[in-house]
Design a protein. Structure first.
Length: 44
């Protein structure tokens, strides 16, 4: 019972981590599309 709960907990954490990465990737991609080409080079 305890081992099963631990496995489910780890699986849930992994799912949340992957979901957070997908959201972060989507946000970065959205920002990349919104910024006109050449703007980032001027910032750096």
């Amino acid at each position: 019972m305890i081992v099963t709960t631990q496995r489910e907990s780890v699986a849930l954490i992994d799912q949340k981590t992957m979901a957070a990465r997908r959201v972060a990737t989507a946000v970065v991609a959205s920002i990349d599309r919104a910024i006109p080409p050449g703007v980032c080079e001027k910032i750096v």
